[in-house]
Design a protein around this ligand. Structure first.
Ligand code: SAM
Length: 250
């Protein structure tokens, strides 16, 4: 392991992962990059400003979300071309995973600029690894489209996928999603990973119907990653290895 951190490289876009709830999850490298960069490009400057303040970092902030799509990346690219070191952060987690960071990275790569990942928290990885579902093969869907027909079509297309499915969902649509999963994947085991790394973190495990019954009794708030056991994992359960009976939480 290299003990001397190298200086930041001019003209590089650093993708800095930030906590998804627990501020202790920031990495030493993330803090150094945020301290040493020329500018921090943020999805929400107010939110990132609070994060920087917490870690006593004072840096110019640049919003890449308040303009139209083309303009969002334009200023970042200009700065990179001038040799600036730009740290890109999103509201939480790893930039580029289901957030506007992806577009900025694509524009930077297309413009021939250097892009470097500063890995750290990611809701997908935290949920998947603690879910107890197979991690060797998984399909990350992110957010489903808003339109019901398109959502249904996308889920149907994944019916025969053998690995674990992973989705992001807002608290406003979690019940709708459970209903859809109940129709398309009634026999599978679901894991709802709620409020990861936060005070009320919990993992709820059960069939879609069992989780729907739970939601009817107790409204579920907060942020969610929803995992669906794959076709093969379902077969293993049918064989009695890991029976899904009632909602299990921890
Ligand atoms: N880039 C982020 C990442 O690395 O996880 C994800 C950004 S995406 C806009 C936000 C979604 O991630 C939320 O709607 C939720 O599905 C999931 N998420 C983020 N933080 C979470 C948390 N603490 N617990 C559960 N899910 C979370």
């Amino acid at each position: 392991m290299d003990k001397t951190p190298p200086p930041l490289i001019p003209g590089t876009l650093y993708l800095v992962a930030t906590p998804i709830g627990n501020l202790e999850d920031i990495t030493l490298r993330a803090l150094r990059v945020l301290r040493e960069c020329d500018v921090v490009a943020a999805e929400d400057t107010r939110r990132t400003g609070q994060l920087l303040k917490h870690f006593e970092i004072s840096k110019p902030l640049l919003s890449y979300f308040q303009f139209n799509e083309a303009k969002r990346s334009e200023e970042i690219l200009e700065r990179l071309k001038r040799g600036e070191k730009v740290a890109l952060v999103t509201d939480a987690g790893t930039p580029g995973i289901s957030d506007p960071g992806e577009r900025v990275v694509r524009a930077a790569v297309a413009a021939g600029q250097r892009v470097e990942a500063v890995p750290g928290p990611c809701a997908l990885v935290a949920a998947l690894t603690a879910s107890g579902l197979p991690t060797d093969e998984f399909h990350f869907i992110g957010f489903l489209p808003h339109k019901s027909g398109q959502r249904r079509k996308q889920l149907e297309a994944l019916k025969s996928f053998a690995g674990t499915l992973a989705l992001y969902e807002s608290p406003y649509r979690i019940e709708k999603l459970l209903g859809e999963l109940n129709e398309v994947f009634p026999d599978r085991t679901l894991v709802l990973a709620r409020e990861l790394t936060k005070k009320f973190e919990e993992f709820l495990r059960g069939t879609p119907a069992e989780l729907l019954a739970l939601v009817a009794k107790r409204s579920l708030k907060g942020e969610f990653v929803v995992l669906v056991s794959g076709e093969v994992a379902k077969v293993a359960e049918d064989g009695g290895e890991s029976p899904a009976g009632e909602v299990v939480s921890n």
